[in-house]
Ligand binder design. Structure first.
Ligand code: DAH
Length: 374
C-alpha cells in the first residue's frame, strides 16, 4: 500500500525515529520503481509538489500540529527528511542512468523510417569555379599556385612593376588608397591591390628561377558598379621565368590554355598593347565561342563579341627587364633570364562562359541566381 503521512500522536525520540524510518523506506522503494521520465515526474510531484506533496503534508501534519515543547525536535527531523527527499528526487537513480547512458526518452526516439531532414548544400560560386578551372589548366602544365595580400603597398602594386611615381600609366587603374597615410613614404602607402601582378614581385623575391606560377585573387578598383564593372573583381595572373623563354612560348602556352578552357576549336589572336611591366605587350583575343567567330547568331548580331567574332580575354607580354632589376639579387639577372606574364579577369570569363549579362549578379548573393550552379 502506498505510503501516506499520518498525524503524530507520540512525540518521543523513539516514535519520531520510527515514523521517519518508515517514511524514508517508502521513499527508497518508490525511487527504485521509477523507470521512465513519466514515472519520475509522478514520483517528484508526489514527494516535493508544493501543493499536497509529502513534504508539504509533513509540514502540516507533523510540524504545525506539534505541541510547543516538541516543535524543536520535530522541526529538526522534518528538515533532515526534507534534505534527504530532495536529494533522492534530484539524484534519482533513473536520472543518473539517463545521464550515464543517454537512455532515450519517448520524445527523442528516432523513427528511422521517416525521410531524413534535407540540408541544402551550397554550390561552388561560378566565379570561383571558373577561377579553379583556369588554375587547373596551368597546374597541368606544371605551374604552382601563388597568392599574395589584397591590401598591398604602392611599391608592389606599382613601383616594382615599373610604374614610376606619378607616371600616367597609374591612371589606368583607378586605385582605392587606405586613408590617413600622408605621413608615410609614397612607396609604403597601403592600397587595395588593383591587379594580381604584385604577386609576381613577391614570389620572385622568395623563389629563385626557374619559376612557373599562377596567381588567383581578388582585386579592387574605384569603378562605379554597372553591368560589366564591379569595384571588386577577380583575376588570374601567370608568370613563367627561365633561361631562353620567348614570345613563342607565351603564344603556345596561352593558345593551349584557351583551347583547354573554351574548346579545341577556338583560335587565338594577339594585338600589340602596352603594360609598364611587359615589353613587348599584347592583348589576346579568342575567336568568339558563342557565335563561332561569325559575329552573327542566325540573323541576329552576336552581342558578346560585338559582332567582331573575337573576344578580348587577357593582357600579356614578355617581362620587362626593368621589373627583373627589382629582384635581380634573387637570381633574376635580366641578362640571363627572360619570362612572360599574363593576367585575365575571371569574372569576365565566367560571364562569357555562362552567358550571364550582368556582373552584379555574381556579388548580390541571391540564391535564386546561384542555385543554377548547384
Ligand atoms: N595587371 C594587368 C591589369 O590588371 C593585366 C596584365 C597584363 C597582367 C599583362 C600581366 C600582363 O601579367 O603581362 O590590367
Amino acid at each position: 500500500m502506498a505510503y501516506t503521512v499520518s498525524k503524530l500522536t507520540d512525540y518521543s525520540a523513539a516514535a519520531l525515529e520510527r515514523a521517519s524510518a518508515e517514511l524514508l523506506s517508502a521513499l527508497e522503494q518508490e525511487s527504485v520503481a521509477v523507470k521512465s521520465e513519466a514515472d519520475w515526474k509522478i514520483f517528484r510531484d508526489r514527494w516535493v509538489a508544493r501543493k499536497n506533496g509529502v513534504l508539504t503534508q509533513l509540514n502540516d501534519l507533523w510540524l504545525k500540529a506539534a505541541p510547543k515543547d516538541a516543535k524543536r525536535e520535530v522541526g529538526q527531523r522534518v528538515n533532515e527528511i526534507k534534505t534527504r527527499v530532495e536529494d533522492v528526487v534530484e539524484k534519482s537513480e533513473y536520472l543518473q542512468l539517463e545521464i550515464a547512458t543517454g537512455t532515450p526518452q519517448a520524445s527523442d526516439i528516432v523513427d528511422i523510417t521517416l525521410p531524413g531532414a534535407r540540408r541544402s548544400i551550397g554550390a561552388e560560386h561560378p566565379v570561383i569555379r571558373t577561377t579553379n578551372e583556369i588554375v587547373s589548366v596551368f597546374q597541368k602544365l606544371g605551374y604552382s599556385v601563388a597568392e599574395g595580400p589584397v591590401i598591398e603597398t604602392d611599391y608592389y602594386n606599382f613601383e616594382a612593376l615599373n610604374f614610376p611615381p606619378n607616371h600616367p600609366a597609374r591612371d589606368t587603374q583607378d586605385t582605392l588608397f587606405i586613408a590617413g597615410q600622408a605621413a608615410k613614404a609614397g612607396r609604403e602607402r597601403l592600397l587595395l591591390r588593383t591587379h594580381t601582378s604584385p604577386v609576381q614581385i613577391r614570389t620572385m623575391e622568395t623563389m629563385r628561377p626557374p619559376l612557373r606560377i599562377v596567381i588567383p585573387g581578388t582585386v579592387h578598383r574605384n569603378d562605379p558598379p554597372d553591368a560589366s564593372h564591379s569595384p571588386m573583381f577577380h583575376q588570374v595572373e601567370g608568370l613563367a621565368v627561365d633561361t631562353n623563354i620567348t614570345f613563342g612560348d607565351l603564344k603556345g602556352t596561352l593558345d593551349h590554355a584557351m583551347k583547354a578552357l573554351f574548346g579545341s576549336s577556338v583560335k587565338t589572336h594577339f594585338r600589340p598593347s602596352f603594360f609598364p611591366f611587359t615589353e613587348p605587350s599584347a592583348e589576346m583575343f579568342v575567336s568568339c565561342f558563342i557565335c563561332g567567330g561569325s559575329g552573327k547568331r542566325g540573323a541576329e548580331p552576336c552581342r558578346p563579341c560585338k559582332q567582331t567574332g573575337w573576344i578580348e580575354i587577357l593582357g600579356c607580354g614578355m617581362v620587362d627587364p626593368n621589373v627583373f632589376e627589382f629582384v635581380k639579387d634573387n637570381g633574376y639577372d635580366p641578362k640571363k633570364v627572360s619570362g612572360f606574364a599574363f593576367g585575365m579577369g575571371a569574372d569576365r570569363i565566367a560571364l562569357l562562359k555562362y552567358g550571364v549579362d550582368d556582373i552584379q549578379l555574381f556579388f548580390q548573393g541571391d540564391v535564386r541566381f546561384l542555385r543554377q550552379w548547384a
